[in-house]
Design a protein. Structure first.
Lengths: 220, 192
């Protein structure tokens, strides 16, 4: 697509939020970044512009303003904060792609706080019934964004959602971020994707992967 | 956010509150800043844009890089590359903002669902397309057969807001003139 898409990243100063923002700033996107800490946000914008003078990026005033200008909204906030952000962007996110990246982990990282018959992404879809919620970037750690090729293999990044056009757009976005995009299925497949990350986190702690790990499907 | 859209809609076809609420779920609110593109030539036009605030232009670019403005759009108007939107072929127009703009976008899939679900939306669409067709016929006839001075006079009488808000070189482009020719025409008119 030649026409530049505007992406609002809400929670841009977090680990994953800033990693996503940095990688997407290399693509044909305009980024509107919103984070809770204004000074960190300005530092991030400066950092992106210094490393790539062609980057089209700026700090946004509030989630609603950023969301209104955006074509795509990335919610890079913890699961627990999604409800509040969803309330703020509900009106402006109508019909737009909203990317859910969160994993609803419990405090001790040994389980999920969501019931087995739902997922963080499906809960977000309930809060934003007229938006196109897409699950993406939940199986990738922040460090993977600087090193998407691990041990010689490009990490896979799984995408789930119900809208064909939206899945296509997010697939391009995930590829721009440096990963190998794989459309896994409908939004309810997010249940599996979120559990996959739970497993990866548990294994990472057990075998000391040092937060640089990812999934790769081997096939012929 | 949707005020003018529904005011215009209900002027054409009255809606119940339920219908208005249902239509709203299909609309995409979008802000565009001055000089940003809504659509670039070569991409498929995926939305019809209703203008709540601001001004936009649709134009083609020739081999020498000159812009030819096809249409202006201000508050209450609809702008899109309808050919690309309806056929799914790549757009031949570019659409960008002359002023900061607030838009209501209707995507192709939303448009099709609305046509199926809400007969009043179909009526609204028919009235819009009929209006656009009549305007296009007028514009075509005027380009082919009216003298320059008359064309300019008609344009300013029909669209005084656009003449106020849009730079002269864009109006020249819309009328198929060089800016120099347009300013000669304007001098001749004001001398009368």
């Amino acid at each position: 697509m030649k026409t530049k898409q505007t992406i609002a990243v809400i929670g841009a100063t977090g680990n994953i939020g800033s990693a996503i923002s940095k990688n997407l700033s290399k693509g044909n996107y305009r980024l509107l970044l919103k984070g809770s800490k204004q000074d960190e946000l300005e530092t991030l914008v400066k950092e992106i512009k210094t490393s790539n003078s062609a980057a089209d990026v700026e700090a946004a005033v509030c989630p609603a303003e950023a969301g209104w200008e955006a074509d795509i909204i990335i919610l890079a906030v913890p699961f627990g904060a999604e409800k509040e952000v969803a309330k703020k962007i509900k009106e402006v996110a109508n019909q737009k792609i909203v990317i859910s990246i969160s994993n609803p982990l419990n405090e001790t990282y040994n389980g999920l706080v969501t019931a087995p018959d739902t997922s963080a992404a499906e809960e977000l879809q309930k809060l934003l019934p007229n938006s196109k919620v897409i699950k993406a970037f939940n199986t990738t750690f922040a460090a993977d964004f600087t090193t998407p090729v691990i041990d010689g293999k490009q990490a896979d990044a799984f995408i789930a959602g119900n809208d064909e056009d939206a899945l296509q757009i997010v697939t391009e976005l995930v590829a721009t971020a440096g990963f190998n995009p794989i459309v896994a299925g409908d939004l309810c497949v997010s249940r599996t994707l979120e559990n996959m990350q739970l497993l990866l986190i548990q294994l990472g702690m057990k075998y000391n992967y040092n937060w640089l790990a990812g999934w790769k499907i081997l096939h012929h | 956010m949707y005020e003018l859209f529904f005011r215009n809609f209900t002027k054409k076809v009255p809606l119940t509150q339920e219908e208005e609420a249902l239509i709203k779920t299909y609309l995409t609110p979008k802000k565009l800043r001055k000089k940003q593109y809504l659509l670039q030539e070569g991409d498929v036009c995926k939305n019809i844009a209703f203008i709540e605030a601001g001004a936009l232009k649709a134009y083609s670019v020739d081999d020498t890089g000159n812009e030819h403005i096809i249409q202006f759009g201000i508050e209450g108007w609809i702008i899109s590359d309808l050919y690309s939107f309806l056929t799914g072929e790549p757009a031949t127009y570019n659409i960008d903002a002359i002023e900061d703009a607030e838009l209501i976008l209707i995507s192709k899939s939303a448009h099709e669902e609305l046509l199926l679900k809400i007969p009043k939306y179909e009526t609204y669409t028919r009235l819009n397309i009929t209006g656009a067709y009549l305007a296009m016929q007028k514009r075509l006839t005027s380009i082919i057969s009216s003298p320059l001075a008359e064309r300019y006079a008609n344009f300013t009488a029909l669209y005084p807001d656009i003449v106020q808000r849009v730079p002269q070189h864009m109006i020249a482009s819309y009328m198929g003139l060089t800016p120099e020719t347009l300013s000669r025409v304007r001098r001749r008119i004001s001398a009368k």
